[in-house]
Design a protein around this ligand. Structure first.
Ligand code: ATP
Ligand code: MG
Length: 418
């Protein structure tokens, strides 16, 4: 029996990788315009990092982490998300000494032990950004503008931006209590999961997908009615600046995030086309996180996009890979050697050239050139070689030209560049 991959961990095959590269390249280009630079952190961290940042009573820490002990008995975890590792690196390398604001982005695999289904995997990929050092609401607006710019640029329009504010350590406890009081009256209607967590993580109940929980929290108190003055002002200003630059959004006062570190502005980019996996990107402000992890008291805000979900939304769009510019069909040992040299010289100039190494007939080679969709085929047989020429065939209109073998690479370049 041959060995297969691990359930929920996918191979990205050549047929799909162009789409991935497109999504990654767009992120690099667009994020750069907002001043973000890439940071690359390891995929494994000390388990403690995630427990402390994401929170002990979250789904991720309670049941989704890939945690193991290494040969020295250290507890390590495959990163389930990118923010905590990026903050760990930010603190460890004292990036705050270099500049008072750090604008970072990252991309790469994340790991969560979830039930695999469409849009939900055990190894998945995120592209994320973090802006550290500024608590001005205009930064929130910039981050959201960058996110919606990205979706415009890659051509995904079946999404909408939802925003909310989760308040701060001053006002959240008041809201939390109001919510617990409300939930306590309706405990029998809640699912077992929510009955268990309504005290440890009451906000999470608002996010529960079970119908009974949705129903019984329909009239739950709104976090927006419990914001302190500063948080309310911040949220108003975020909206004002989004309006100023025409970034569309809706307010969703039931949106809570599954990680403990969020404060104030939180947001999701949601789609109607992926069933239950409707969040394509998510993020928020985390003003206490860096200090919590042992760094200076600096505010931050960021988001992560799920690349697999972006790919699913892009699937209708055909990201075509350009065909080879040239196929060289050669017959006879000497001609094949000459062809091999020409191919190599053109490839060194960055031109995609293909040839056949199987000793096939000219006809079979032409069939292959056609199948690959090559724009031109260069025909080189013993006769041509003897007369120091080759035939260049335009595969679109079948027209044929005689080229001199001397200096053929330059002649080909001129034709292929045109
Ligand atoms: P969900 O509600 O779908 O479980 P989440 O709140 O757990 O999402 P975040 O931790 O905020 O998600 O991660 C940000 C984004 O990463 C999500 O919006 C989603 O696009 C993507 N994502 C999260 N978990 C997975 C997964 N298991 N497989 C694929 N993509 C994922
Ligand atoms: Mg999740």
């Amino acid at each position: 029996m041959s060995i297969t991959g691990i359930k929920g961990m996918n191979d990205i095959l050549p047929a799909d990788s162009a789409c991935w590269q497109f999504l990654e390249q767009q992120a690099r280009t667009i994020f750069a315009a907002y001043g973000c630079r890439e940071i690359r952190v390891p995929v494994v961290e000390k388990t403690e990092l995630f427990c402390r940042s994401i929170g002990e009573s979250t789904d991720i820490v309670e049941k989704e982490m890939y945690t193991f002990t290494d040969r020295s008995n250290h507890s390590l975890t495959l990163r389930p998300e990118g923010t905590a590792p990026v903050m760990r690196a930010f603190i460890q390398h004292k990036l705050y000494n270099t500049d008072q604001v750090s604008k970072l982005y990252y991309m790469g695999p994340m790991f969560r032990y979830e039930r695999p289904q469409k849009g939900r995997y055990r190894q998945f990929h995120q592209i994320g950004a973090e802006i550290i050092g500024i608590d001005d609401p205009r930064i929130d607006a910039q981050v959201l503008a960058m996110l919606s710019h990205y979706f415009d640029a890659v051509g995904i329009d079946d999404v909408s931006l939802q925003i909310n504010s989760l308040g701060c350590p001053q006002c959240r406890p008041g809201y939390r209590q109001a919510l617990v009081d409300y939930l306590q009256q309706r405990l029998e209607q809640l699912c077992p999961d929510c009955q268990r967590r309504y005290l440890s993580n009451p906000l999470r109940v608002l996010d529960c997908k079970v119908a009974g929980c949705k129903q019984s929290t329909a009239a739950a108190p709104s976090v927006l009615d419990h914001l302190c003055g500063d948080c309310a002002d911040h949220f108003t200003s975020v909206q004002h600046h989004l309006d100023l630059i025409d970034v569309d959004y809706t307010i969703n006062n039931r949106m809570v995030r599954g990680l403990d570190y969020y404060t104030r502005t939180t947001f999701e980019m949601v789609t109607g086309s992926l069933g239950a996996q409707n969040a394509v990107a998510a993020g928020g402000r985390y003003d206490g996180l860096i200090e919590e992890l042992g760094g200076p008291a600096l505010p931050g805000i960021g988001f992560a996009m799920g690349v697999e979900r972006l790919v699913l939304l892009l699937q209708e769009r055909d990201i075509s890979v350009p065909p080879p510019a040239l196929f060289i069909a050669a017959l006879g040992d000497n001609a094949v050697s000459a062809a091999f040299t020409i191919m190599h010289k053109l490839q060194r100039q960055g031109i995609h050239v293909e040839m056949d190494f199987g000793g096939k007939s000219l006809k079979a080679q032409m069939r292959r050139a056609n199948k690959l969709g090559c724009r031109y085929t260069l025909l080189l047989g013993e006769d041509e070689l003897a007369s120091g020429t080759a035939q260049l065939k335009n595969m679109n209109d079948s027209s044929q030209n005689t080229l001199q073998l001397a200096g053929i690479e330059e002649q080909l370049r001129t034709v292929l560049d045109a």
